[in-house]
Design a protein around this ligand. Structure first.
Ligand SMILES: Nc1ncnc2c1ncn2[C@@H]1O[C@H](COP(=O)(O)OP(=O)(O)OP(=O)(O)O)[C@@H](O)[C@H]1O
Ligand SMILES: O=c1ccn([C@@H]2O[C@H](COP(=O)(O)O)[C@@H](O)[C@H]2O)c(=O)[nH]1
Ligand SMILES: [Mg+2]
Length: 191
């Protein structure tokens, strides 16, 4: 059974940055759904390349069968770990339902790490990220934020109702955020 922590928050809230630090120090494996989709988009022979690129540019959500299979394959291919940091998923109702259907009996959600951050800060961070992402531009970011507000935030609220959400405010320095995140993981692993 895979132990999973979903890591959610607006685009640019620092999910990837914080997950890298957790992976380095806490024996969790970082799986970014966005990175897996970008790799699939580049894979020679992939039948989904164009579809994925179109969703990424438009800030819309790739059908769950594609994303969930990439996540499941990556988990199965990974060695022993305390758990998996599933970064940027589930992003909408389709993702959540698809995950529940595909991963029932194969994964358990330990908690949801919610990195909350004002949107204006998030947008500045994305515009200055400097990684050449095709969606780090004003037009795509407007759509990504809209998708986050209307589709992803309700998923966080859904998990909140089950008491699974651990919110950490991420408009602070990386060290301050990470210190709080470590406390969240320590508390969860004592339960
Ligand atoms: N606490 C922070 N303070 C300042 N800059 C930060 C902080 N955390 C991350 N950054 C920077 O902001 C940018 C976005 O961070 P990151 O890629 O981790 O966000 P993300 O939530 O994974 O974004 P996305 O959802 O778009 O993948 C990066 O350039 C990163 O270096
Ligand atoms: O579960 C997911 C995760 C991501 N996407 C698409 O990828 C981009 C970029 O995601 P990041 O997490 O910012 O790297 C996102 O806007 C979606 O278009 C997805 O469809 N499903
Ligand atoms: Mg990211």
């Amino acid at each position: 059974m895979h132990n999973v922590v979903f890591v959610l928050g607006p685009p640019g809230s620092g999910k990837g940055t914080i997950c890298s630090k957790i992976q380095e120090n806490l024996n969790y494996v970082h799986l970014s759904a966005g990175d897996l989709l970008r790799a699939e988009r580049q894979r020679e022979g992939s039948e989904y390349g164009a579809l994925i690129e179109s969703h990424i540019k438009n800030g819309s959500i790739v059908p769950v069968e594609i994303t969930c299979s990439l996540l499941e394959n990556a988990m199965n291919a990974s060695g022993d770990a305390k758990g998996f940091l599933v970064d940027g998923f589930p992003r909408n109702e389709d993702n959540l339902q698809g995950w529940n259907k595909q991963m029932e009996g194969k994964a358990v959600v330990q908690f949801v790490l919610f990195l909350s951050c004002p949107v204006s800060i998030c947008i500045d961070r994305c515009l200055n990220r400097g990684q050449g992402r095709t969606d780090d531009n004003e037009e795509s970011l407007k759509k990504r934020v809209e998708t986050y507000n209307h589709q992803t935030y309700p998923i966080i609220e859904h998990f909140e109702k089950s008491g699974l959400v651990r919110e950490v405010k991420s408009e602070r320095s990386i060290d301050e955020i990470y210190a709080d995140v470590v406390n969240v993981f320590n508390a969860a692993n004592k339960e």
